[in-house]
Design a protein around this ligand. Structure first.
Ligand code: SME
Length: 161
């Protein structure tokens, strides 16, 4: 597998969101862009902090997924609690991992923070153990920094902006 060019991906992300102020529309297309551009992924999307300490399913590409994840639970909840990108080689070795799709074996989750508050997480799954490297985690975290610059203040019901 070739190394992903994340600077190019971020340029594409900027281009497809530049003229659109609606957050949900932009997150929807971003999940489609990343799902399309990365090899060997089976789920790409967002969980949004819509209630205190709770991630609620947002725009995504992939199979039907868990609707709500408490902060601290699973890989997504660990990202939300720790504010650190989670790079998991094998989700079955991760304590409290939440299995939404039995095909998922590796995962990266990037926490998204605006004004020092977690507004959501960006979650990617792969069917291949060890699919994601530090290069992917770093590139996706950089993409996360761009996603944080979108219009998060229009998220109705968010506790965090
Ligand atoms: N596996 C995740 C749950 C979300 S799905 O992968 C879409 C977790 O443990 O947080």
């Amino acid at each position: 597998m070739t190394m992903m060019d994340y600077d190019l991906l971020i340029s594409q992300a900027q281009a497809i969101t530049a003229d659109e102020p609606d957050l949900i529309a932009n997150l929807s297309n971003l999940s489609a862009l990343v799902f399309d551009q990365l090899d060997d992924v089976n789920w790409v999307g967002f969980y949004l902090t819509r209630e205190p300490d709770t991630l609620v399913l947002g725009p995504f590409q992939g199979k039907v997924a868990c609707l709500r994840i408490p902060f601290g639970k699973g890989v997504c909840g660990a990202a939300a609690s720790s504010l650190e990108t989670q790079l998991v080689e094998d989700v079955h070795a991760f304590p409290s991992h939440i299995a939404c799709d039995s095909a998922s074996n590796a995962e990266v989750v990037v926490p998204l923070t605006v004004h020092q508050r977690v507004v959501g997480v960006f979650d990617l799954d792969s069917p291949t153990v060890g699919r994601f490297t530090q290069h992917d985690a770093d590139g996706l975290s950089k993409l996360g920094r761009f996603i944080e610059t979108l219009n998060w203040n229009q998220l109705n019901g968010s506790q965090n902006v």
